[in-house]
Design a protein around this ligand. Structure first.
Ligand SMILES: Cc1cc2nc3c(=O)[nH]c(=O)nc-3n(C[C@H](O)[C@H](O)[C@H](O)COP(=O)(O)O)c2cc1C
Length: 372
């Protein structure tokens, strides 16, 4: 552990970790983390969507009993921020996900460990203690035996839910990462997949599509989802949902909850901002079905807007990498503490003493000219 880690000067808000990230990471790694895909249209849309709403201050309300506790999927959380699954964390810091797990414990934050973590899922679980639930993000493997092995390891290590990511069968590269000449370093390759030989490359027949018959050959289908639901005793969430129809069908299939997400703009460039889809997805699944959102959350105010528009909680993606790069576990814990405090301040000024008080009526659409 790097015992000399210090909070850098100039960090007053969680978003400052993003502002200072170019100083904490080399240019190629920063471009890989910060980038979206294609022309970064969806990446930009995620942020812009928050600028379309303002928060209405309310006066004279007594918020002295205020708190941010919630029940999510039957589990008690101290606050509505989760650490999103973010792969390859050794890109940001030598302690990688071990540092993130320590920060999660220090701040009682639910951590969602990526299938593609730089350290094994068991080591993350061991570093994370028991202050908050810990979930495992699953990418279905081409071989079902390999998926079953990951599930057994996650269950054995005490993970309490599976988050199945379904929006990343095809990921176009980030143009800025390509331009910066980024290549994944050898010490960042996914530790959890070390024992799995890569699927043998098979030549495509003449006229076949590199996408339909190539990249999508092993992409999950509704049958695979049904198989997974029967293969684990843990609740299964699905991440990467933007369509209200998909949301309703997933709910009907027995999925425990869904994450409205476009993979931080890294999957389909041209997909809508996740915040923009949230109200329609909430309407499709009803008021009590567990719903999370990620994509573009950089402040407590952003989280407030997502909660007002129908999310039960939000996940934090890139900010954890930036804070990790700046100051390891201390940085991630500090970033989360700032987010929680920003949410407290926002709730207090909007007259909300509990998350349930944050309703659509707390927001006003900004006039188009003022939209960011
Ligand atoms: C560097 C990087 C790696 C990611 N790795 C994964 C992953 O392994 N699994 C996954 O489901 N999502 C992954 N994501 C997407 C995040 O979980 C999340 O959806 C996204 O970062 C949220 O947007 P934000 O970065 O604006 O907060 C990754 C995102 C980034 C930036």
């Amino acid at each position: 552990m790097h015992s000399q880690a210090r909070i850098p000067n100039g960090i007053h808000n969680a978003i400052d970790y993003e502002r200072l990230a170019p100083q904490a990471m080399d240019a190629g790694r920063h471009a890989y983390v910060a980038g979206g895909c294609g022309w970064d249209a969806t990446l930009a849309a995620n942020r812009a969507a928050f600028g379309r709403w303002s928060i209405v201050p309310r006066l004279l309300r007594d918020v002295r009993g205020g708190h941010t506790r919630l029940m999510l999927g039957g589990q008690q959380l101290a606050h509505p921020f989760l650490l999103a699954p973010v792969a390859h964390q050794r890109l940001a810091h030598p302690d990688a996900e071990i540092a993130t797990a320590r920060a999660a414990e220090a701040t009682a934050t639910c951590l969602v460990a990526s299938t593609l973590s730089s350290v094994p899922l068991e080591a993350i679980a061991q570093a994370g203690g028991s202050a908050a639930p810990r979930w495992f993000q699953l990418y279905l493997q081409p071989e079902r035996a390999h998926t079953l092995a990951l599930l057994a390891r996650a269950e054995g290590a005490g993970y309490q839910a599976i988050v199945l990511t379904l929006d990343a069968s095809i990921q176009l590269p980030s143009r800025s990462a390509l331009a910066a000449g980024f290549a994944m370093p050898a010490d960042c390759t996914p530790a959890n997949l070390a024992g799995f030989p890569p699927a043998p490359a098979s030549a495509l027949p003449p006229g076949a599509s590199r996408i339909f018959q190539g990249a999508m050959r092993h992409a999950p289908t509704w049958d695979d989802l049904a198989w997974l639901l029967a293969a684990t005793r843990l609740p299964v969430w699905v991440k990467g949902v933007l369509s209200p129809q998909d949301a309703r069908q997933l709910q009907g299939a027995g999925v425990a909850g869904i994450v409205v997400s476009n993979h931080g703009g890294r999957s389909l460039d041209g997909a809508p901002a996740s915040l923009a889809q949230l109200p329609a997805v909430r309407a499709a699944v009803g008021s009590s079905y567990p719903l999370l959102l990620d994509g573009g959350i950089r402040s407590g105010q952003d989280a407030f807007k997502a909660l007002a528009l129908g999310a039960d909680a939000v996940l934090i993606g890139r900010l954890q990498m930036y804070a990790l790069a700046a100051a390891g576990a201390l940085g991630v814990a500090h970033m989360l503490t700032l987010l929680v405090e920003e949410l407290h301040a926002c709730m207090a000024q909007a007259g909300c003493a509990a998350l349930a008080d944050i309703t659509p009526g707390a927001l006003l659409p900004c006039p188009p000219a003022a939209a960011a």
